[in-house]
Design a protein around this ligand. Sequence first.
Ligand code: SME
Length: 161
Amino acid sequence: MAEDLTITAGTKEEQYEAILPQIRGLLHGEPDLIANLANISAALKEQFGWLWVGFYLVKNEELVLGPFQGPVACTRIRKGRGVCGTSWATGKTLIVADVEAFPGHIACSSLSRSEIVVPLIFDDKVMGVLDVDSVELSTFDETDQKFLEEIVQLLSFLESN
Ligand code: SME
């Protein structure tokens, strides 16, 4: 696997196009879920510099904090709570332009202004979520949704874990 990332400038699409094959390379031949979630978090954080990038995993009917990059975060989120718990309950990606306008948003960091949450769906079951927070309003759009959904799909080969 590659040990150094090449960080790319350019449009959002160009940045995703450049980081995607590198993430694929990081996952190649590595069957451990936690190791792969850790490297995805690190690669996205390094490329985009977002406030917080990480995963919550479904354990005993709660989302429990998994590998992430950024400030310390809430450790447990119940189904239907906050942006993450809503994405889990609905199985849908949620783009939140202004977290203060999202009813029930869980403020792990007061610096977070906008957010995207992508569910990890394997075998029709949500096993966790990818959560990304930004210090700016309206950071995320359909481009982020498309590429982040593609990135979490790269994990589907680990579905038996
Ligand atoms: N804001 C999220 C909680 C997780 S932190 O942002 C890392 C939510 O409302 O679910």
